[in-house]
Design a protein around this ligand. Structure first.
Ligand SMILES: [Zn+2]
Length: 414
């Protein structure tokens, strides 16, 4: 537990600055993880991965009339659909059923103060672009913090989500001057997966994976520690690795801390295409410790059929933990889509824990260490039972996994 706490404190510290792929904080994290694997006797390496992502390179500004708003609290960028850039224009408030002449839109900063039923942002944005709007502001509820994303996407004009109460206020100020600056940069940056191998004497290789990247701090004051997402999974895999080195496993154990998850599972995709050895099965950890008890864990699949997940289901049931068959969009789905037997372990955050995801509230202090510790025990038991269960049997329903060409795995039915 002391080691788990120590790892979590490092991973969420200002030194790692939110671990955004391609930043100094992520590199520092990678070196820390590699050093840990080295000290445990793993044969370790940094695997290069090019990661495309959208990121803010300085603090965004939104000034309407005399008033400056606060980024992340009052408004936020929408990386998937937005362009970056500076815009100065008059505010044009557009409500449902408003009939405005097309020329009214030209060069304006459009505000949608209320999203009507069935509102479609992509369609609205396209219409705004066609009409020559300079930027789009859309009301987006009353979150404590706006969620941050780094997903790359593409966009032609700046698009901001705006707090509902502020949107309502601004809706009374049609025609006022709006100045906005969204320093959004899209770039592909060199990053690294951290890979460690502990050889056993068979050609079966079990990979334990967890993404170490997160979203990056906005500033020293607005930090994104990413404790649950996914310092928790990294600390759990490291802790399991510390126990498993004592076990003399009869197969190869590959530990991989993956990068680029937040902007599109890039690290997982790279590991799939360039594994240090053919990967037989994967256990991916993403998000654990959000609740005070480990009473449910998801299995990374929407339904039964994966032999590794089924083996894990029995272990969870035996421990009184409810297995939840929930497919996700985390790294496990990258492995699953290639037909690799995969177990995607993690807690589905609910209630309060859900609203902290991708916000500055995802802190080390909000994690439950005891739950992470239980997760490690489950993980270790699953790995040990793989070794007792004739690991090759895990692949039976899928047959053997062969590299077909550089990009694709080919699954042979037996
Ligand atoms: Zn995330």
């Amino acid at each position: 537990m002391r080691r788990i706490l120590h790892d979590l404190e490092f991973l969420t510290s200002p030194q790692t600055a939110g671990r955004l792929s391609g930043t100094a904080g992520a590199r520092r994290t990678a070196h820390y993880l590699k050093a840990e694997l080295d000290s445990l006797g793993f044969d370790s390496a940094l695997q290069p991965v090019d990661v495309p992502a959208a990121r803010l390179i300085s603090t965004p500004k939104l000034v309407v009339g005399p008033r400056a708003f606060s980024p992340r609290r009052d408004f936020a960028e929408l990386t998937a659909l937005s362009a970056g850039g500076q815009v100065k224009g008059q505010l044009l408030v557009v409500r449902e059923d408003d009939l405005l002449p097309p020329e009214d839109f030209k060069g304006k900063v459009i505000l949608i103060p209320e999203r009507p039923q069935g509102f479609n942002l992509a369609e609205t944005l396209n219409a705004a672009i066609e009409l020559g709007a300079a930027a789009l502001l859309v009301e987006h509820g009353e979150p404590r913090w706006f969620h941050k994303t780094v997903y790359s996407g593409s966009g032609k004009i700046p698009v901001l989500r705006v707090r509902a109460s502020i949107a309502e206020e601004l809706a009374q100020q049609n025609g006022v001057l709006v100045e906005l600056d969204l320093p959004l940069e899209r770039a592909t940056r060199p990053c690294n997966n951290v890979i460690g191998v502990l050889r056993g004497d068979s050609d079966f290789t079990l990979a334990l994976t967890a993404h170490y990247d997160h979203l990056g701090d906005d500033s020293d004051d607005v930090r994104f520690p990413g404790a649950f997402d996914n310092a928790s999974g990294v600390a759990a895999v490291l802790s399991a690795a510390r126990e498993l080195v004592e076990e003399k496993l009869p197969f190869n154990l590959l530990v991989a801390f993956l990068t680029g998850e937040e902007s599109g599972l890039w690290g997982a995709k790279q590991l799939i295409v360039h594994p240090p050895m053919p990967i037989s099965a994967v256990i991916n950890l993403d998000g654990i410790g959000s609740e005070s008890k480990l009473n449910a864990l998801r299995l990374g699949h929407r339904q039964r059929g994966d032999p590794l997940a089924e083996l894990a289901e029995n272990i969870l049931l035996k421990r009184g933990i409810e297995p939840k068959w929930i497919g996700g969009s985390d790294d496990s789905s990258a492995f699953i889509s290639k037909g690799i037997p995969t177990l995607g372990l993690g807690q589905q955050p609910t209630g309060q824990a859900r609203s902290v995801m991708h916000t500055p509230l995802d802190t080390r202090e909000s994690l439950h260490l005891e739950t992470i510790h239980q997760g490690v025990e489950v993980l270790v038991e699953i790995v040990k039972s793989v070794s007792m269960a004739d690991p090759k049997g895990l692949q039976r329903p899928l047959g053997s996994l062969k590299i077909h060409d550089k990009e694709k795995y080919h699954v042979h039915a037996k």
